[in-house]
Design a protein around this ligand. Structure first.
Ligand code: PLP
Length: 400
């Protein structure tokens, strides 16, 4: 009989992947399903980036590269951090991996021992606690209420830190809430961390470029240089450059950590795809002009979706600063009855009702550690979003 490893027994499969599969299965039956589940831009990878990949294939760049990324790409990453974030890293402080996810995985695997605690503000990206569990650490979840814009309060961070705390994970703009920290909000957190020199910061900046209005993106090591020696700054090309399938993410930080991460990579996946690295090099060094167009399209959709959801009786939607998600409350519908008499007992029942009755795919908030909410991804065409809103509105009206 097959038995899973002890360390796997605490880990759940990714609920967003499970939900996507459920939505796809329903669509395969011929139902007209509007999926607002995706964690990826609906725009195609820009042509100049695709061309760079083709050219790399033509040049025969189809062999192993250095495990932790080609020197050219690592230099481009270092230039990006200097240019956009005012952070100075040498080539040997940079690691390139198969997606931002592998950066997080390698960092936590390289540093977390049994009993070590990792502070994770909720709602959180689903993989953080699961990776901590895989590393045999203990996730310490700190709820961040909608009233505070789903952002971690300095006092709550302070209270969550113990002598066993190894890391705090920050993610701004956030998946699933879209919340992003202003300079002063982030400074309040870095001030707390200055008082706890044993705590390291993993900052997931993958949605950096997707912020709206005049919001200014900031990252911890930039606003508090004293944290530079214990911060891993993670980013990647998936979201900004519409390259989720190419699987390139990167991180920069203290040399011993980066070296340990590269060692894990050397014994697991080796280098990320050589072709994808060539594409990512073009993404980081080529024209950045298309980004503004995407950002303005996302901003208009955000405004339309937030207004539309708030006009539904029973739904309350906070307006987020960035990413392409909203995280509204559906708490008022918990305890309601579906037209067939079935009870909506949880946020999961609510999203399953919307899937069954309205053919709209969403993800329940408890998947992200915050029940009573749901996540809607507005990385979809305006037409689909309008249709989605109509269907959600109609389905909510039928709940009693
Ligand atoms: N971090 C966050 C917050 C994300 O939402 C995602 C993707 O959904 C990732 C990291 C992973 O990105 P990648 O596709 O580069 O692995």
């Amino acid at each position: 009989l097959f038995q899973v490893a002890q360390r796997l027994t605490r880990v759940k499969p990714s609920p967003t992947v499970t939900l996507s599969a459920r939505v796809a299965a329903l669509a395969a039956t011929g139902r007209d399903v509007l999926s607002l589940v995706a964690g990826e831009p609906d725009f195609d990878t820009p042509d100049h980036i695709k061309a760079a990949a083709s050219a790399a294939i033509g040049r025969g760049e189809t062999k192993y590269t250095a495990v932790d990324g080609t020197p050219a790409l690592k230099d481009a990453v270092a230039s990006k951090f200097l240019r956009e974030n005012g952070l100075s890293y040498e080539r040997d402080q940079v690691v390139v991996s198969t997606g931002g996810k592998q950066v997080v995985y390698n960092a936590l695997t390289a540093s977390v021992s049994p009993g070590d605690e990792v502070v994770i503000p909720a709602p959180y990206w689903v993989s953080y606690p699961e990776i901590v569990l895989l590393a045999e650490g203990t996730p310490v979840i700190v709820p961040c209420a909608a009233e505070r814009g789903f952002k971690l309060a300095a006092a709550d961070l302070e209270a969550a830190i113990t002598p066993r705390t190894r890391w705090v994970i920050l993610n701004s703009p956030s998946n699933p809430s879209g919340a992003a920290y202003t300079r002063s909000e982030l400074k309040a957190l870095t001030d707390v961390l200055l008082r706890h020199p044993h705590v390291w910061v993993l900052t997931d900046d993958i949605y950096e470029h997707l912020t709206y209005g005049d919001f200014e993106f900031v990252t911890p090591a930039q606003i508090e240089p004293k944290l530079y020696d214990r911060t891993l700054t993670m980013n990647g090309v998936s979201k900004t450059y519409c390259m989720t399938g190419w699987r390139i993410g990167y991180g920069a930080g203290p040399r011993p950590l980066i070296k340990a991460m590269a060692a894990i990579q050397s014994h697991s996946t080796t280098n990320p795809s050589s072709i994808s690295q060539a594409a990512a090099l073009e993404a980081l060094t080529g024209s950045q002009d298309f980004i503004a167009g995407h950002v303005s399209a996302f901003e208009k959709r955000r405004d339309m979706i937030v207004d539309g959801l708030n006009s539904i009786d029973g739904i309350v939607c906070h307006k987020p600063e960035g990413a392409f998600y909203v995280f509204p409350s559906c708490a008022e519908f918990i305890g309601a009855r579906r037209p067939d008499g079935g009870l909506i007992a949880s946020d999961e029942d609510f999203v399953l009702y919307l899937l069954d009755y309205a053919g709209v795919g969403l993800v329940h908030g408890s998947a992200f550690g915050m029940p009573g909410h749901f996540r809607l991804s507005y990385a979809a065409s305006n037409q689909r979003l309008e249709q989605g809103l109509e269907r959600i509105t109609a389905a909510c009206k039928q709940l009693e």
